[in-house]
Design a protein around this ligand. Structure first.
Ligand code: AMP
Ligand code: ZN
Ligand code: FE
Ligand code: FE
Length: 279
């Protein structure tokens, strides 16, 4: 049998992707992936829906999440896998994050209004449709209102990290995120280190419980640094993961399976998680 692969980084409309879980599964069906993880920002809502909709015994659906953390002023995204997505502390934590995102949207809209881009926060909420609200929803509201021609120019002109209407997200320390994922019985993986570009953070987190590094990611393919991060993961004894960071049509140059990881690696992740599940 040829080698099997998993895409462990997918977003749905339960955060800032624009596809429903049903649409995601329809896209997955066009691939030969053996496993997927839905890793919405601060939300587990897609996971149970995916389990309920999945009719294929040959497709493994792994619980996943992507948490926003910050270390030394840098954004660090922490992926969690194989945790119990009904673990109460973790569920409450995600709810708190989503509430904070709502407040942040109010502040960003206020700044945009002050800058002359009159959009309504209620429209942002409508577009987010109950999912964890992010900047892509604000950007889409701006496109719809005619203030910018596309999502990218909303970022470039207003809401990129150094833009005039940017408001930082509520974030926790990455080690606190790692500990929380472990308590819920999962493994913690630092997302796209090639975007963070500070390998001292990888070293720090590896000493503090990090289990894996997202070696395979479309940005790493572009920057030709997958081999570098594979080497860094090995240096610190971290497991390798990978995924496309698919957001549906919101990121049109990304397709499911664009970046992926072998099922052998997934097996190692699952074994590592089982060690946190023994209480
Ligand atoms: P948030 O979680 O609300 O901070 O939004 C993060 C999302 O915005 C991610 O999906 C990013 O892909 C997208 N994003 C952040 N910065 C930019 C940028 N400069 N250009 C385009 N998209 C961006
Ligand atoms: Zn996202
Ligand atoms: Fe990310
Ligand atoms: Fe992501």
């Amino acid at each position: 049998m040829s080698e099997q692969y998993a895409d462990l980084h997918l977003h749905t409309r339960h955060s800032d992707g624009d596809a429903s879980v049903e649409e995601l599964l329809a896209e997955v069906a066009k691939t030969d992936l053996a496993a997927i993880a839905i890793t919405d920002h601060d939300s587990f809502e897609g996971i149970d829906i995916a389990h309920a909709l999945n009719t294929r015994s040959d497709l493994k659906i792994i619980s996943g999440v992507e948490l926003s953390t910050a270390y030394k002023g840098k954004d660090v995204h922490m992926l969690g896998y194989f945790f119990d997505h009904h673990y109460p502390e973790f569920v409450e934590y995600c709810q708190r994050f989503r509430d904070e995102r709502e407040q942040r949207a109010v502040k960003m809209v206020q700044k945009l209004n002050d800058l002359g881009a009159k959009i309504a926060v209620d429209r942002v909420y409508e577009i987010a449709d109950g999912g964890a609200i992010g900047r892509p929803h604000v950007a889409q509201t701006m496109v719809e209102a005619g203030f910018v021609k596309n999502l990218q120019s909303a970022f470039d002109k207003y809401i990129s990290n150094d833009g005039p209407a940017y408001v930082p997200k509520y974030k926790i320390d990455p080690v606190a995120a790692i500990d929380l994922i472990h308590r819920a019985g999962g493994v913690a993986v630092m997302a796209h280190p090639g975007i963070v570009r500070d390998d001292s953070i990888v070293a720090h987190l590896a000493k503090n419980g990090l289990d894996g590094l997202e070696v395979h990611h479309p940005n790493h393919m572009l920057m030709r640094c997958e081999e570098f991060y594979a080497g860094l993961a090995d240096k610190y004894g971290l497991l390798h993961t990978g995924g496309s960071d698919w957001h549906g049509a919101r990121k049109p140059d990304i397709w499911i399976g664009k970046a992926k990881v072998s099922m052998e690696r997934v097996q190692k992740l699952e074994e590592a998680a089982s060690r946190y599940q023994q209480v």
